[in-house]
Design a protein around this ligand. Structure first.
Ligand code: SAH
Length: 220
């Protein structure tokens, strides 16, 4: 007989989540370890802390969402990050995905269009002692030209179509992963540079992301 939920030993929810990720195809050891060692409750609002280890997206401030752990795992794995890589992330949100990326790479540059989310995420990076994350308040659709080119780019908001400005900031053999589409369901795409200025494009799965919006948010 299974134990009642409120009597579960600590870590049981985490163990269940890790099993669910593996079962769904997130198998890269470095990615699983980064997820396992990142306390998701740090990134969720008080109201949802009890649900932090569920495999579901949850609401955060400014009408945005913290992504589902499975999707974070899938996208991170698809990016094929090397420990020496400089990574650009568009859409800092809670900073959860940023933290996972920071554990797997040399340096993460992350851009957010809401000041409030940016500040809250910065406070979390400080609490967690991350020293390889650089934040920017701005329109991530424009990338971060001063720091380009990047080895890897991850977009965590849905781009309406091929993100040309971002692809132009990718190294010739770099990889970009982004949800692409205008509707409520988008295609998760991986662009892999061929080393000569071209890309191969793969569609990985259907996803549901908030849209990548133009400009910075006027509200806080
Ligand atoms: N990676 C986040 C999920 C973020 S949701 C996490 O792990 O919590 C998508 C985020 O992209 C939102 O915070 C939204 O404000 C941001 N966003 C949307 N359009 C943007 C743009 N043009 N530039 C920067 N950030 C953007």
């Amino acid at each position: 007989m299974s134990k009642p939920k409120d009597h579960e030993e600590p870590g049981a929810e985490l163990a269940r989540l890790m099993l669910a990720l593996r079962a769904q195809g997130v198998t890269a050891a470095n990615v699983l370890k980064a997820i396992e060692t990142t306390p998701r409750e740090v990134f969720t609002p008080d109201l949802f802390k009890a649900r932090a280890w569920e495999d579901s997206a949850l609401p955060i401030a400014c009408g945005q969402t913290i992504s589902q752990p499975f999707i974070v795992g899938l996208m991170t794995q698809a990016l094929r990050i090397d420990k020496r890589d400089r990574v650009l992330e568009i859409g800092t949100g809670s900073g959860y995905q940023t933290t996972i990326l920071s554990k797997l790479s040399r340096l993460v540059y992350t851009v957010e269009r809401y000041r409030t989310l940016m500040r809250e995420a910065e406070a979390r990076f400080k609490t967690l002692g991350l020293v390889n994350v650089i934040t920017r308040f701005g329109d991530g659709g424009e990338g971060w030209p001063e720091q380009a080119p990047f080895d890897r780019i991850m977009v965590t908001a849905a781009a309406p179509d091929e993100p040309k400005a971002l692809l132009s900031q990718l190294k010739p053999s770099g990889v970009l992963v982004a949800p692409i589409g205008k509707g409520p369901v988008q295609s998760l795409r991986r662009y892999t540079g061929d080393g000569q200025g071209g890309f191969s494009v793969e569609t990985l799965t259907d996803v549901r992301f908030v849209p990548l919006l133009e400009g910075v948010a006027k509200e806080l």
